[in-house]
Design a protein around this ligand. Structure first.
Ligand code: NAP
Length: 239
């Protein structure tokens, strides 16, 4: 089979590896946001498609498309749904974290910023580089610890500390990090998965408030699976 995998996640790499080892022809597509991406097995292309029409052209050279992008990568998922009218499309998206009753859930990063500003003096931001600008205004005077994979493109306030790092993380280290920075509120988005879950356990251990940005809505009418095995099963069931 020729499969186009829209990637940038561990699940996308897992699927590419499975398909590659099964002898399928897989093309993984990355947006090109990260300086040193973890590369999947098989063929890889990097960069946007130039919108829906560009994606449709590439999609239609394949037998199926699996949108395995990050749960918060809403635009590319919408483009995939619009582009894949002639080729089967599957959404592979890991489940969100199981909710704790104590979590403060918000719909936008802007709301998360306002809530963090009210709740603490030293927020720990783990919301990704692309959303960081939304926190600058409300948290300009706070002692922010912001953890991102690549350095932010924006200038951050002098009271902020930017930590460049990439998961997976373990609870013990997360507790030590939060303690050493006197973190008093954790801000995250509901990415789900095991790579970055330790921060939630650490925040619970330290009895810190946790602000969680909800996921954007899923594309209606697109078949969805939660893991690589489900995606492989779906692909094998295609006529
Ligand atoms: P987005 O806002 O949904 O997409 C913006 C544009 O980036 C798309 O319109 C498309 O450009 C291009 N693009 C996105 N993903 C692409 C892919 N896999 N292959 C080719 N082009 C892609 O996406 P985003 O939030 O910037 O995320 C970019 C990538 O990083 C995704 O692939 C995602 O899996 C990964 N990622 C995102 C997050 C996050 O929190 N958003 C976290 C971890 C990893 P054109 O319109 O030109 O085609």
């Amino acid at each position: 089979m020729r499969v186009l995998v829209l990637g940038g996640t561990a699940e996308a790499r897992g699927l590419a590896a499975e398909l590659d080892s099964a002898g399928d022809q897989v093309l993984s597509s990355l947006a090109g946001r990260v300086a040193r991406p973890r590369l999947p097995f098989g063929e890889v292309r990097v960069g946007g498609f130039g919108g829906v029409d560009g994606l449709r052209t590439v999609a239609e050279q394949h037998d199926a498309v699996v949108d395995a992008t990050h749960p918060f990568a809403a635009q590319i998922s919408a483009h995939a749904a619009a582009a894949c009218t002639q080729v089967p499309l599957l959404r592979l998206v890991r489940p969100g974290w199981s909710e704790e009753p104590s979590w403060l859930r918000v719909t936008t990063h802007a709301d998360a910023a306002l809530m963090a500003a009210r709740l603490g003096q030293a927020p720990f931001l783990t919301i990704g580089r692309q959303s960081l600008h939304e926190f600058v205004g409300p948290l300009a005077e706070h002692q922010v610890l912001a953890r991102v994979v690549d350095a932010p493109e924006i200038a951050v306030p002098p009271s902020w500390q930017v930590l460049l790092d990439r998961g997976p993380y373990v609870v013990q280290d997360e507790v030590a990090l939060m303690r050493s920075h006197h973190v008093d509120v954790l801000v995250t988005k509901d990415s789900g998965g095991a790579y970055t879950r330790a921060k939630l356990q650490a925040a619970a251990a330290l009895d810190l408030p946790v602000v969680v940005v909800r996921r954007p809505p899923v594309q209606p009418g697109v078949s969805t699976v939660a893991d690589v095995a489900g995606a492989v099963e779906w692909l094998r069931s295609l006529p």
